[in-house]
Design a protein around this ligand. Structure first.
Ligand code: 5GP
Ligand code: MG
Length: 185
């Protein structure tokens, strides 16, 4: 891919590029190859469930590199930040039925783990054939709940990151790279 003509510059909020676009692309390719191999012999169509909004670019890139049949669906949640109880609320459910299907949750970033913990428990009540997770970024220092990530993009330090789907107050979601923000006041 040639990004050389139009790489958006860092603004004053952003301290550095943590993962550049080519590195992301190569890693997403590797994940897609692994996922395609792992699901090659399973029955039925793989159901990808992207967690809105942060995963929309990751799921778009990943899905287009898969060589197994799949359908794309989305779910929207809200979490109460600053609330240590880990309360997660369902804002929009999937449209697809999960019964007897292989489900792969596509998430942008694993922080406390509350979101994925909620989703995995919720999906398991729907009698899927399997539930696995693909997560682009993991902040292991922040976990409060143990979560198994089946397909992980990158491990990152405990910093706020934006770009490639991730935002800060809805800004920076469509940056082609993942950037680290300066700590906000
Ligand atoms: P968890 O439930 O694991 O604490 O939180 C996961 C969600 O928190 C992610 O899906 C994302 O929406 C948000 N989040 C956590 N860390 C970051 C970050 O560094 N940048 C952005 N943009 N979102 C984050
Ligand atoms: Mg998310």
């Amino acid at each position: 891919m040639n990004h050389s003509l139009s790489i958006p510059a860092l603004t004053e909020d952003l301290s550095r590029v943590l993962i550049d676009a080519d590195t992301i692309d190569r890693r997403v390719n590797e994940l897609a190859r692994k996922i395609s191999a792992d699901y090659a012999d399973t029955d039925g169509t793989l159901l990808l469930v992207g967690v809105l909004k942060g995963s929309f670019i990751f799921i778009a890139d990943l899905a287009r590199k898969l060589s197994v049949n799949h359908v794309v669906d989305f779910i929207a949640l809200s979490s109460y930040k600053g609330d240590q109880s880990g309360n997660v609320r369902l804002l929009m459910d999937t449209r697809e039925n999960m019964e007897n299907r292989h489900v792969l949750i596509i998430e942008d970033i694993l922080d406390s783990g509350n979101t994925l913990d909620y989703l995995i428990r919720n999906f398991r009540t729907r009698n899927p054939a399997s539930v696995k997770t693909a997560v682009l970024l993991d902040k292991p220092d922040r976990h409060c709940v143990p979560i198994t990530i089946d397909y992980l993009g990158f491990t990152i330090p405990d910093v706020w990151v934006v770009g490639y789907g991730l935002d800060y107050n809805e800004k920076y979601r469509t940056l082609p790279y993942i950037a680290e923000m300066f700590p906000q006041a």
